[in-house]
Design a binder for this molecule. Structure first.
Ligand code: HEC
Ligand code: HEC
Length: 418
């Protein structure tokens, strides 16, 4: 026990000093200081960035699709496509097929604890509904997802791998034996096919865990914590307002070690789940069906959705609290991409209860939930409870602007515009 604790403290200190240069010096030269990636993570980086691993490998629009197509490092690993920006969800490699959810940022979300249900709700897990217990499980999804890379089978995906330009390097990094123990006639019943498929997914997860770009902690906010920058008066006022209205779900303080171990600087998520009553996004093709509802923990994507609906109906409509790091560069917002700007998001929090007609244009309050689950929408946390008790906005337009100014200090140094 004691040794374990000591180890994690040493590890966290090393991690922290490598990533934030907390021992002094410049925080802008992470590339030079970055630790060498393991062979597994190097292989994962190749797979993550390869866009020829989809079916089709090439489209008339040019190129196929890989992780990087929807998770662009220049946008804190969110989707650069105009489709995502205009509609709110990402297109599959076949651009006529759209997903049902907004592509989230990957950095900092990597610190999510494994998914579990709790007495009061749920915590942890990967993606908006936490259906993947960890990054390894998640990375095995997209290659076969028919709204993403669209390969039909694991074996077909591995054929793409063998035909790709990264293949010789993957053989070198992961060992030739991994690929030589099956051939083109083997299907998904072959243990060797499954071993290779899972090894590649684990490699991608290792890249996400190890590469510094997923955990830089070098925003202006971090610099202010380390005494190397000062927030402006508006940003500081915004932080104070944020602590009153937002930090109950998006903590601005270091996460508890029981949640994130080794500890990190603030992540702006406690990885819990809440229904916020985000308005229905009519631009999502699936929403053309009035009977279709994305209920998060209650499906449609989770395998245990029916059980959750049955046993924990109070969780229907709940989605994971996302990190707010890099939020200024990761539009659109929320699981369904309904909001295009941060200003609108903050305005929604300020006024959802006092002027619902502004947000629910069809006149149906909480219109993206079936009637029986509308009571699940959070009305107890400060911004919402305050509106109910006072009949007024939670905070003024000037204060909303200060909150936005604060949120803009959460951008990693290399992505920040002065
Ligand atoms: C077509 C676009 C697309 C592609 C390609 C894609 N993703 Fe995603 N990614 C998404 C969407 C959409 C979600 C949210 C899914 C959900 O909530 O159901 C997501 C969620 C994630 C998350 C969860 C982040 C968090 O904090 O919960 C990770 C990690 C991730 N993707 C990694 C990958 C990896 C690795 C690959 C390649 C193997 C990949 N993605 C390929 C669109 C894409
Ligand atoms: C009751 C918990 C709770 C409170 C309080 C809260 N949030 Fe959130 N926040 C969430 C959840 C849950 C989501 C994701 C909801 C979804 O996608 O349906 C979210 C999403 C967001 C997003 C979109 C993130 C993205 O990547 O799409 C922003 C921005 C945001 N919150 C900012 C704020 C601000 C600013 C405040 C205070 C004014 C605040 N939140 C208060 C729980 C909360």
């Amino acid at each position: 026990m004691k040794a374990g604790k000591q180890f994690s403290l040493i590890l966290s200190c090393t991690l922290f000093s490598l990533l934030t240069a907390c021992g002094g010096g410049s925080d802008d030269d992470n590339d030079d200081d970055a630790p060498e990636l393991s062979r597994q993570a190097q292989a994962g980086r190749l797979v993550f960035n390869d866009t020829s691993l989809s079916d089709p490998t090439n489209t008339p629009a040019g190129g196929g699709q890989g992780c990087v197509s929807c998770h662009d490092p220049a946008l804190a690993y969110t989707d650069p496509s105009t489709v995502n920006r205009d509609i709110g969800v990402s297109p599959a490699v076949d651009p006529s097929i759209l997903g049902i959810r907004n592509t989230p940022t990957i950095p900092y979300g990597i610190f999510a604890p494994p998914f579990s249900f709790t007495a009061t709700g749920a915590v942890g897990g990967i993606v908006h509904d936490g259906r993947f217990i960890n990054l390894e499980a998640q990375a095995a999804g997209p290659p076969l997802n028919q709204r993403e890379m669209m390969n039909d089978t694991r074996a077909a995906y591995l054929l793409r791998i063998k035909q790709s330009t990264i293949y010789p390097e993957l053989r070198r990094l992961l060992g030739a034996n991994l690929f030589d123990s099956f051939d083109n006639n083997d299907d998904d019943t072959s243990p060797a096919v499954n071993t290779a498929y899972i090894t590649l997914a684990n490699a991608v997860a290792a890249f996400e865990r190890e590469d510094a770009s997923f955990q830089l902690f070098n925003s202006k906010f971090d610099a202010s914590l380390n005494g190397r920058a000062q927030l402006t008066a508006d940003e500081q006022a915004g932080l104070n307002l944020f602590n009153t209205h937002c930090a109950s779900c998006h903590p601005s303080t270091r996460p508890d070690q029981s949640l994130v171990n080794p500890p990190t600087p603030p992540l702006f998520t406690d990885f819990t789940y809440h229904a916020l009553g985000v308005p229905r996004n009519a631009k999502i093709p699936d929403n053309a069906d009035p009977a279709f509802f994305d209920l998060g923990l209650c499906g449609p994507e989770r395998a245990d959705a029916a059980t959750v609906r049955d046993q924990r109906p109070e969780l229907c409509g709940a989605f994971k609290v996302p990190t707010l790091r890099n939020i200024a560069v990761t539009a659109p917002y929320f699981h369904n991409g309904f909001f295009a700007t941060l200003e609108e998001v903050v305005e929604f929090y300020a006024t959802r209860e006092v002027t619902p007609e502004r947000w629910y244009v069809d006149g149906v309050k909480y219109n993206d939930l079936t009637e029986q689950y509308r009571g699940n929408v959070n009305n107890t946390d400060v911004p919402f409870a305050l509106q109910t008790s006072t009949g007024q906005r939670a905070f003024s337009p000037a204060e909303a602007a200060q909150i936005v100014a604060f949120l803009r200090t959460l951008t990693d140094a290399h992505l920040a515009t002065p």
